[in-house]
Design a protein around this ligand. Structure first.
Ligand SMILES: [Zn+2]
Length: 614
């Protein structure tokens, strides 16, 4: 554990603009600095850095954080690693517990051994006609070989003795998996194989993949799990392709080392692969930290389809609403390499263009092999979809979209499906309107402020502004929940119905914390008023309303609406026969209360708005 006080001290000393500017060209505009976001593909600079707050934020993809967070996200390194890197730039020594320091020093020394071995394997490659012929037969150029540091382990039991001399007996060579010790004998793990060094995000060699070049088993041999090599976490090709991934704004996740190397050589330098047998959540999480768009590209055969389905299952719990996964489905006879060799890189680029979005692949992959024309087939389909939908904890909007797609196939209502599989269902408004100030049935007739039943009344000024304020700050839906229910439930006024709709769709999610406008928009996608909602949020983007102002606007709006309603009732009560003096007096008292409250609100500086919304 690095002490909190050290981290605070460190963040005090560094300036976030200095930390970010080596990687992003920043220009000062007003109080903020702007540049092209390194985390998503864009042509206009949505990436802003606020020097006062020492914080960066991208208005395009939502990436945000402090100097430490930037380094973690940009370099794909861990929290302690980012702190160490930052500390080094200002000459500070990170205080660590003794155990932690020892572990790190040991890890560094293990990867030093790996690096020495890798250099040796590269040198051996230069002298091995066999290995050179093999790579030539796979049409891999020297440039590509050198980029990935491919080498050759000679066909000999103790070749590494030439590198390590008398240290060949050191236990550390066993710890890093280069040497095996069995029954008093020591020998090299890798013999007579093509060597693929595996590097971590800092570029250190942490393991090897090794491929046999002729006949024999196993075809691939990997370094064992060691202190520095955790197969479930490392992504092959990420170090070599890190700049390309950022530049392309996407990563192509393929099946193995050879796919990565061949795709890279064909111009798809953003290709990476999971290490070990199959892609897992940790791999996907690591990639999503660096780039918001992942393409999964597996072989076109049955095994490839199976791998794609697994990738889908692993991606669902990890993906968020601002990230995207797509699935490239190659023709059955092809893998990426064979397709590119047969039809050129353009053919593969075309396949990328045709890749299925996660939502389509989800439905297609689950529907495979089921007769969806029968109730039994559809039940099986729902049963399989259920755990997958439930696993999507980070992407409420995407999950709702999937529920909609699944319910179409299942021939059910989305709400019915949600409750069947145990997903939260947005609360429906109460059927019976709760009229404010009603007494003994007198207040049941609609107040004049609400407009004629069923008529298409334009959004009036107050309600339009309230709607915009709610869309700008959806968490206010929760704050004003009782007012919304009390004033608008059962209303026929189109403007009030819109506020109710926004509340119904968005407030279940706004309960958990700040719900962003963009996410709210996603929840309203299917509304017939989506165009209006988009327009209002667009306006918010250019002239944002601070939250306090939005809150005052809404409060004022409810006061005015209540005042209108009370005044209409007073008119009715005045004309009523017999005249109910108590009732009238109660209304009059309420009227003066509301007026006083409104006066108090109006005494404050008025919020700045673009004008009335119609
Ligand atoms: Zn961005």
């Amino acid at each position: 554990m690095i002490p909190e006080s050290f981290i605070r001290d460190l963040l005090d000393r560094v300036d976030i603009v200095d930390v970010i500017s080596p990687y992003v060209t920043l220009k000062k505009k007003g109080i903020n600095w702007f540049g092209l976001c390194p985390f998503h593909h864009e042509k206009t600079g949505s990436f802003s850095v606020n020097q006062n707050k020492q914080f960066y934020k991208c208005f395009g993809c939502g990436a945000h954080g402090n100097a430490i967070g930037f380094l973690m996200q940009y370099k794909g390194i861990s929290y302690p690693e980012a702190i160490r890197e930052l500390a080094a730039t200002c000459g500070l020594q990170v205080p660590e517990e003794r155990g932690a320091r020892e572990r790190r020093e040991k890890a560094d020394s293990l990867s030093d051994l790996m690096l020495r071995a890798q250099r040796f394997y590269e040198k051996e490659f230069a002298g091995s006609v066999l290995a050179q012929r093999y790579l030539a037969s796979r049409q891999i150029t020297e440039e590509t070989r050198s980029k990935f540091g491919l080498g050759y382990s000679p066909e000999s039991w103790q070749a590494l003795e030439a590198v390590f001399g008398k240290d060949y007996t050191s236990k550390r060579l066993e710890d890093c998996g280069l040497v095996i010790s069995r029954e008093g004998k020591r020998y090299d793990r890798f013999r007579g194989r093509l060597m693929f060094p595996i590097r971590n995000p800092r570029g250190q060699v942490i393991g090897f993949g090794a491929r046999i070049m002729g006949e024999g088993e196993p075809k691939y041999l990997n370094s064992p799990e060691t202190e520095i090599f955790k197969k479930g976490h490392e992504v092959y090709g990420l170090w070599e392709g890190r700049d390309a991934v950022r530049k392309a704004g996407r990563a192509i996740v393929c099946e193995g080392y050879m796919d990565v190397i061949q795709l890279s050589q064909a111009g798809f330098r953003e290709a990476v692969a999971a290490l070990g047998t199959a892609i897992g959540e940790a791999h996907i999480r690591k990639l999503f930290k660096i780039v918001p768009l992942l393409y999964f590209s597996f072989d076109g055969d049955a095994a490839g389809r199976h791998a794609a389905r697994r990738a889908l299952e692993q991606a669902l719990p990890v993906i968020t609403d601002t990230q995207e996964a797509r699935f490239i489905l190659l023709p059955p006879e092809h893998d990426p390499d064979s397709l590119i060799k047969a039809e050129g890189p353009e053919a593969y680029e075309r396949e990328i263009g045709k890749a299925l979005p996660l939502s389509r692949f989800f439905v297609e992959s689950l529907g495979e092999g089921k007769d969806l024309g029968t109730p039994e087939g559809r039940s099986k389909f729902i049963a399989e979809a259920k755990p997958l939908l439930l696993s999507m904890k980070q992407a409420p909007v995407l999950r709702q979209q999937l529920v909609n797609s699944v319910s179409l196939v299942a021939r059910m209502e989305p709400l019915e499906l949600s409750s069947l599989i145990g997903l939260p269902v947005p609360a429906a408004p109460r059927a019976k309107p709760l009229q404010p100030f009603s007494r003994r049935g007198r207040g049941d007739s609609p107040a004049p402020g609400r407009g004629p039943r069923g008529g298409a009344v334009p959004v009036t000024g107050i309600r339009g502004r309230m709607l915009r304020a709610f869309l700008a700050w959806p968490s206010l839906l929760v704050e004003f929940e009782p007012d919304i229910e009390e004033c608008f439930a059962g209303s026929d006024d189109p403007a009030e119905r819109r506020i109710l709709e926004v509340w119904r769709k968005c407030s279940p999610l706004a309960h958990g914390g700040e719900l962003r406008s963009g996410v709210a928009l996603g929840l309203l996608e299917e509304s017939s008023d989506i165009g209006l909602y988009k327009k209002l949020i667009d306006e918010e983007m250019s002239v944002p309303t601070p939250k306090d102002q939005a809150r005052e606007e809404i409060r004022t709006g409810f006061l005015k609406i209540a005042l209108d309603s009370v005044q209409a009732r007073m008119q009715q009560a005045a004309a009523a026969d017999p005249f109910d003096a108590d009732y009238y007096e109660g209304l009059a008292k309420r009227q003066s209360q509301l007026r006083a409250e409104l006066d108090r609100m109006n005494a404050r500086p008025l919020p700045r708005y673009l004008g009335e919304v119609r």
